[in-house]
Design a protein around this ligand. Structure first.
Ligand code: T4K
Length: 407
């Protein structure tokens, strides 16, 4: 059936989807297997504190990534905080502003100053040239973020860190299961951090992990994750409670069993989106390097307002009315959120690519909850919006004016 302007929900029609389509609907492993494991936990009466599921989860992650140490935590944010503390970070740390706020907050929480660096437009990852320019005698580390699961320019960043005698860490919250030059993410720098939050392609309800080949750092992280306890009565360090409990670890182990299936669903959706949206002027989709391992968990569009005639935010509003709950991660950039906005009011000046990405990025629904037919329908709606942008824009502005004048 041919769609007309009046069919758009924002112009009075009914929504393309009767139920909301989310970005980040959790991937759920086989419920019977998970419930059996939960029963195990309850029967064993070992609910947390280095239980058997936690040990299995950590062992499997370390093997998969190819590192000697994996320390699982209650979430990715606490993992970042513990890591920064265990590594003795202080002064300034260079990181991107175009990331989830937790990357920066985990440092600020410890009184470490975030120095926001711009990203490269093609990759949305740290621009190594600017990193070099931002190093001062207060800099203690570089914190790269493998945004959308696509690796930073690790070789260059590691070289810069070595040259300036800095530590280097990666927030790999998006990049579990991905590789860089054939080597698994998680094995680079001094240490890397994963998030296993419900919205990540592999989840433990809430959870995170620190992975590293530095045994001394790993020992310190392990101590700090559990109040600094070295033994029953012996506290040898300051610490916090960053432990992952057994229910989360059981979810993690069950999810690892099905990891390939989750990735396959993401890849199928990604390829369908790519095929359907590849030739639309003004819309470009970020690509994953086919030579590497990818988890394909984010489908990310960049919307060029000048080419389309509608802004990313106008398109977002139209999609939401259709029950397509696309997201504008990581708008507006950490530097425009508190406390950083007040602390660094001039940060925008050196972050033009960040600001452009924050205006253009739109993430679309994917994961095992989204079928190929859903993807096709989302693409049809998007194509209709782009092809009729001028007329939709006129009608939207008219509707807006009418509603303003009725007040
Ligand atoms: N570093 C980076 C680069 C990160 O991206 C993150 C987290 C971290 C560090 C910190 O890691 P954690 O401490 O979170 O482990 C999400 C997540 O809360 C957050 O983990 C994630 N990054 C960030 C990118 O996205 P939202 O704003 O998407 O959450 P929310 O509640 O809007 O959920 C998204 C959609 O998913 C909703 O429309 C509904 C659906 N949903 C959500 C949950 C939680 C469900 O269907 N079921 C659920 O249980 O933040």
């Amino acid at each position: 059936m041919k769609r007309t302007l009046g069919d758009l929900a924002i112009l009075g029609g009914s929504s393309a989807f009767s139920e909301k389509l989310h970005v980040g609907r959790p991937n759920i492993p086989d419920k019977r297997v998970l419930l059996r494991r939960i029963e195990d936990v309850l029967d064993s009466k070992w609910l947390t504190n280095d239980g058997p599921y936690l040990q299995e989860f950590e062992k499997r992650i370390a093997e998969l990534v190819g590192v000697r140490n994996c320390i699982a935590t209650c979430n990715g944010t606490v993992a970042l905080e513990i890591l920064a503390r265990a590594a003795g970070l202080e002064g300034e740390v260079i990181l991107p502003s175009f990331t989830f706020i937790a990357t920066s907050h985990s440092l600020q929480w410890l009184g470490i100053q975030s120095v926001f660096c711009d990203i490269e437009s093609g990759t949305h990852n740290l621009d190594p040239d600017q990193v070099e320019d931002l190093i001062t005698d207060r800099t203690t580390a570089i914190m790269g973020v493998h945004l959308w699961g696509r690796p930073c320019n690790i070789a260059r960043l590691v070289q810069i860190a070595q040259q300036h005698k800095l530590q280097i860490f990666f927030d790999a919250s998006h990049a579990f299961g991905c590789s860089y030059q054939g080597q698994m993410i998680g094995s680079f720098g001094n240490a890397e951090v994963f998030s296993f939050h419900a919205t990540k392609f592999l989840n433990t309800f809430e959870g995170g992990a620190i992975v590293t080949n530095d045994d001394q750092l790993a020992d310190q992280v392990r101590l700090m994750r559990s109040f600094g306890f070295a033994d029953y009565d012996s506290v040898v360090s300051v610490g916090t409670n960053g432990k992952m409990n057994e229910l989360c670890a059981a979810m993690g182990v069950s999810s690892l069993d099905e990891m390939e299936h989750f990735i396959a669903a993401n890849q199928r959706n990604y390829e369908r989106y790519r095929e359907a949206l590849s030739k639309i002027p003004g819309l470009s989709m970020i690509h994953y390097d086919e030579k590497e391992k990818n988890n394909f968990q984010y489908v990310v569009l960049e919307i060029e307002e000048e080419a389309i005639g509608l802004s990313r935010d106008e398109i977002l509003s139209i999609l939401w009315k259709e029950n397509i709950l696309a997201r504008r991660y990581f708008y507006p950039g950490c530097h425009k959120m508190e406390p950083y906005r007040s602390l660094f009011p001039n940060a925008s000046e050196r972050l033009p690519i960040t600001e452009r990405a924050a205006k253009q990025v739109l993430c679309l629904p994917t994961g095992t909850a989204i079928g190929v037919d859903d993807v096709t329908k989302v693409c049809d709606v998007l194509k209709y919006i782009v092809h009729n942008a001028d007329e939709i824009g006129r009608r939207l502005h008219l509707t807006l004016k009418e509603s303003e004048s009725s007040f």
